[in-house]
Design a protein around this ligand. Structure first.
Ligand code: URP
Ligand code: ZN
Ligand code: ZN
Ligand code: ZN
Length: 469
């Protein structure tokens, strides 16, 4: 017997449409949609094993967070969410797919790094997951390995213009990796900050006794983000390769992407909720509290936010992911007391993205369909997961969120599910809340209760970027 679930009476929202429709789920997939009240929809309800009343609610695709770092070893410590805790928190927040970054360490093969990530995540995840590959050692043999990874479903590679001595690649290495991606169909993702120049400014700041968290924002200058963004675009153009710039925060970097796109280049940009909702005011909070907001690229002065919102509306920025990389204040962020350069870089947020972006709808920054586009559909297309993920359509995985657009909530570490002792959005009041979440037809969250399990989540090999042909 086929198990059938019907979600009745909600407003189904995709990147393309809004319609009052009932959704039929069979065997983990969306079998059909029909207008609410129509004859087929009424007949499904009579024969369903389970009917969910979504009257007055939104029925949206599960979120696709294309940038997370569960259990990442970084800054002398390790990101505090495991694949289990982090994916459970993601589900609570209406995200049903994450793409995490496997890491090649210096001197390792890509294979070793990727296998380590397969092992860490195996049978741990509550929702589906996929991987990008961080390449920190571009050489003859890793370039060859990239071809195999694209075929294996790891079709995107993050390179760093920042963090000399750790993940950093020089321009020659970047160019070679881009040339390879241009040939094998991979997508290069760039951390665009001039890390060599930043390290000079860090040293000079510390010599002047400027040790507080706010100096992290001052030395990692917007100009050094826009310079690196510009350079990455030109290198990609020379290589004949597409480019995806991660965690864009500076308005000058948005301008570089906008210009490149108007020139017709296949250049894409991602921003994150922290850059849309937080600022250098947070980094300047007293008593070392600013450490909670240390990430790279850094938070910018509030004035930059308008350019990010505008980029999201004009499609000069296409994706909002979290860059979820949590470190506890106690014992982890505190490693940098007296030296901001020793504060582990990263913010928690995988649980908050869908809600914060819904708040952006409420606040009038974006439309409801654009919310779904930047948080679900485009990340799925960008990284070769569409239409399995990112939409509500016949044949798609039944990754569905029932969202109450009127519920009020206040974000707090006391109630969140991420394994981290603070919230970057503590006390922020939001309108809208996730109520029920299905992952491939299974109820992972049922009316605000966790009903999923670690190990339900499947590893999803990806195709290549769907914006290139
Ligand atoms: O501060 C950040 N973003 N930490 C995570 C690593 C990265 O660069 O994305
Ligand atoms: Zn980065
Ligand atoms: Zn434009
Ligand atoms: Zn990241």
């Amino acid at each position: 017997m086929t198990s059938r679930t019907v979600i009745r009476g909600g407003l189904v929202i995709t990147a393309a449409d809004e319609m009052h429709a009932d959704v039929l789920v069979e065997e983990g997939r969306i079998a059909a949609l029909a207008a609410h009240g129509s004859a087929p929809a009424e007949s499904w309800s009579r024969s369903a094993d389970r009917t969910v009343d979504a009257t007055g609610k939104y029925v949206i695709p599960g979120g696709v967070d294309a940038h997370t770092h569960m259990e990442l070893p970084f800054g002398g410590t390790s990101a505090s969410d495991t694949f289990e805790t982090g994916t459970k928190a993601a589900a609570w927040g209406g995200t049903t797919t994450i793409i995490d970054f496997a890491v090649q360490s210096r001197g390792q093969a890509l294979r070793q790094g990727l296998d380590a990530w397969y092992a860490k995540s195996d049978a741990q995840c509550a929702i589906d997951y996929a991987f990008h590959m961080i390449v920190s050692d571009v050489n003859e043999s890793t370039l060859k390995e990239m071809d195999g990874l694209v075929g294996e479903g790891v079709s995107s590679f993050k390179l760093f213009m920042a963090y000399p001595g750790v993940f950093y690649s020089d321009d020659g290495q970047i160019l070679r990796a881009m040339q390879r991606a241009g040939e094998n169909g991979g997508l290069i993702m760039m951390h665009a900050e001039n890390g060599i120049a930043i390290d000079v400014l860090v040293k000079q700041a510390l010599e002047r006794g400027e040790t507080d968290p706010r100096y992290h924002g001052e030395v990692r200058k917007a100009l050094l983000e826009s310079e690196a963004t510009h350079r990455a675009i030109k290198l990609a153009q020379v290589a004949g390769a597409p480019l995806y710039v991660v965690h864009v925060s500076a308005q000058e970097a948005v301008a570089e992407l906008t210009r490149a796109r108007h020139d017709g280049l296949p250049v894409f940009g991602e921003t994150c909720p922290q850059y849309l909702f937080l600022s250098t005011d947070n980094l300047a909070e007293p008593d070392f509290e600013g450490a909670k907001y240390v990430c790279s690229t850094p938070l910018r002065p509030k004035e930059h936010q308008a350019a990010l919102w505008r980029g999201l509306r004009t499609n000069d920025l296409q994706v909002v992911s979290t860059d979820h990389c949590p470190f506890c204040f106690s014992g982890q962020k505190e490693l940098g007391r007296g030296d901001f350069s020793k504060i582990p870089n990263g913010l928690p947020g995988v649980e908050n993205r869908m809600d914060l972006l819904h708040q952006a709808v409420v606040d009038g920054h974006i439309s409801r369909r654009r919310w779904i586009e930047i948080a679900c559909a485009t990340p799925a297309r960008m990284f070769g997961l569409y239409p399995k993920k990112g939409t509500i359509a016949p044949g798609a995985d039944a990754d569905i969120v029932i969202y109450d657009p009127h519920a009020e909530q206040t974000i707090s570490a006391a109630t969140h599910h991420m394994n981290v002792d603070y919230s970057a959005y503590e006390g922020k009041r939001l309108t809208g809340r996730v109520e029920t979440v299905l992952s491939r037809g299974d109820f992972v969250i049922t009316e605000r209760e966790f009903t999923g399990r670690a190990g339900h989540g499947a590893y999803i090999p990806r195709g290549t970027c769907q914006y290139l042909n």
